[in-house]
Ligand binder design. Structure first.
Ligand SMILES: Nc1nc2c(ncn2[C@@H]2O[C@H](COP(=O)(O)O)[C@@H](O)[C@H]2O)c(=O)[nH]1
Ligand SMILES: [Mg+2]
Length: 183
């Protein structure tokens, strides 16, 4: 499969790599200022947040620690099931640590709400959220998200870490997946 075959699977490109990087650098600047003088532990949510975490972390001019959790709420479909399962837990004890959860995208917010209550029970010194992308339903979330990146419509998107059945994660842009791919 070459690049033009992949393009046929996309119905609309929402953000290019440059636009995504510009937004992440802006968020990284805010995070750096807010955590000045504090040890920061960024917790990336596998697997979608890999690209976001890498680009955020490389935008910092300071040390930052990273750990990862793998949780699943989607399976291979296109809507959150609401049933969250830990596939890989943190290797770090986050008690008394300043923790920033790094997500790829928030849709219903079910995944993050679950993760926040799970991590809060481990008694971190602080716990904040950062997401690269947000869909309209996220506005109804009970949990406040301090660092929010780019808005997307209520459509199933792929690229920049986001997959459909484990494909398209390595696309540099974020795009709506054409319905013919999953219908
Ligand atoms: N590939 C895509 N994954 C998506 C999309 N919208 C959400 N997600 C994944 O689900 C969780 C969060 O969902 P939520 O409904 O619980 O907020 C998110 O971290 C992604 O991994 C999408 O459009 N494409
Ligand atoms: Mg995710």
């Amino acid at each position: 499969m070459d690049a033009s075959d992949i393009e046929k699977d996309l119905s609309k490109i929402h953000y290019t790599e440059d636009q995504i990087l510009a937004k992440l650098r802006e968020l990284a600047g805010r995070i750096e200022r807010d955590y000045e003088g504090k040890d920061l532990l960024m917790v990336g949510v596998l697997r979608g947040a890999v690209m976001v975490m890498a680009d955020l972390a490389r935008s910092f001019g300071r040390h930052v620690e990273m750990d990862w959790m793998a949780i699943s709420s989607y399976g291979s479909g296109t809507k959150s099931s609401g049933v969250v399962r830990i596939q890989k837990d943190l290797d770090t004890d986050i008690t008394n640590r300043h923790v920033l959860i790094v997500e790829d995208i928030i849709d219903t917010g079910l995944t993050l709400s679950w993760l926040v209550s799970n991590l809060e029970s481990r008694k971190p010194a602080s716990l904040e959220l950062c997401t690269a992308f947000v869909k309209p339903d996220a506005a109804k979330m009970a949990v406040p998200v301090k660092y929010v990146g780019l808005e997307l419509p209520d459509e199933f998107v792929v690229g920049y870490g986001l997959d459909y059945a484990e494909k398209y994660r390595n696309l540099r842009c974020v795009a709506t997946l054409a319905p013919h791919v999953y219908s």
